[in-house]
Design a protein. Structure first.
Length: 132
């Protein structure tokens, strides 16, 4: 059973952004599986790096999409993306420093944040017409 599950109710109505969101879910699931299987710090670290790179590219694409839509909530949305990056970096440091709950805390944060951010915040721009 996947750690996080993408459903169509999370769609933002843009095929590219939806595909990127599905990619985030897949990488979070891969990270969870690697951690659960005890695949070692290298595999977990590489998977986490891949997830962070994917999120960075996705955030850039999503913010560019919101700019095209002239979305008034862009600044707040961008701040949420920055906050996400800071929180993940903090949790990652805990894990790298050997905190035994570090990876569990990171996965828990990712699960909650993805659900709340996509279902809540992302849906605000998804409701806008495609052309401003």
């Amino acid at each position: 059973m996947p750690f996080v599950t993408w459903t169509e109710s999370l769609s933002v109505g843009d095929p590219e952004l939806d595909e990127q969101h599905r990619g985030v879910f897949a990488l979070v699931n891969r990270l969870s599986e690697a951690a659960d299987a005890g695949q070692g710090r290298e595999v977990v670290g590489e998977t986490l790096d891949a997830l962070l790179r994917h999120c960075e590219r996705h955030f850039e694409a999503e913010e560019a999409h919101m700019e095209r839509l002239q979305y008034v909530g862009l600044r707040h949305h961008r701040e949420q993306h920055l906050s996400f990056g800071r929180q993940v970096a903090s949790l990652r440091r805990r894990w790298e420093n050997g905190d035994p709950i570090g990876i569990a805390a990171l996965l828990g944060y990712l699960k909650v944040w993805l659900e709340q951010h996509i279902r809540g915040t992302d849906q605000l721009y998804a409701a806008l017409p495609a052309e401003p």
